[in-house]
Design a protein around this ligand. Structure first.
Ligand SMILES: [Zn+2]
Length: 176
């Protein structure tokens, strides 16, 4: 996710390391479980361990999203979020994973009710809004960009863009 505040300062939010660590632990517990004999006591034990790891990561993720959404609502009067075409996204494994990681829908849900509570304006951009295609410097809509294109140069004005930051600047323009 990318946040752009009123001063047009962009900040990329990466999936925190503690979540990646917990994910690795879940994977390990899954492997352990798969090696245990069906119907055995050890398998039941491994199942329980896996369930606990899942619960822990779910709690950590929820906590992270709550803190982040609270900070965004605290720091900004107007918040613009992009709603994603999940079907298209899910075709791409890498992107699907990162969406799963940050739980975008849950995040948007939290932003919605917190914005309402603290009197902020929340704008949801339509999925068809070409936030990645439009150059935020000159406004010209360029060609579609493949998901692995992280940086690009506008063929019209020559501006050099980080894909996500450019998209977030375009989304912010919807707020005006
Ligand atoms: Zn341009």
């Amino acid at each position: 996710a990318v946040m752009t505040n009123d001063a047009m300062v962009s900040e990329k939010i990466e999936n925190p390391r503690f979540l990646r660590k917990s994910e690795a632990k879940v994977k390990k517990a899954q492997r352990t479980l798969s090696r245990k004999k069906i119907g055995s006591k050890n398998r039941e034990k491994a199942k329980l361990i896996l369930a606990k790891k899942h619960e822990r990561i779910a709690n950590q993720r929820q906590d992270f999203l709550h803190k982040l959404s609270r900070r965004i609502v605290d720091e900004n009067q107007v918040i613009v979020v992009e709603t994603l075409k999940s079907k298209d996204m899910m075709k791409n494994h890498k992107v699907a994973k990162s969406i799963g990681d940050v739980s975008w829908y849950e995040f948007v849900r939290q932003l919605e009710y917190k914005s309402r509570f603290y009197g902020r304006t929340l704008i949801k951009a339509d999925p068809w809004y070409a936030s990645t295609q439009i150059c935020s410097t000159c406004g010209v809509k360029g060609e579609k960009k493949k998901l692995d294109v992280r940086e690009w140069t506008c063929t019209h004005c020559g501006a050099y863009h980080d894909r996500d930051i450019n998209a977030s600047l375009n989304l912010l323009m919807l707020a005006d």
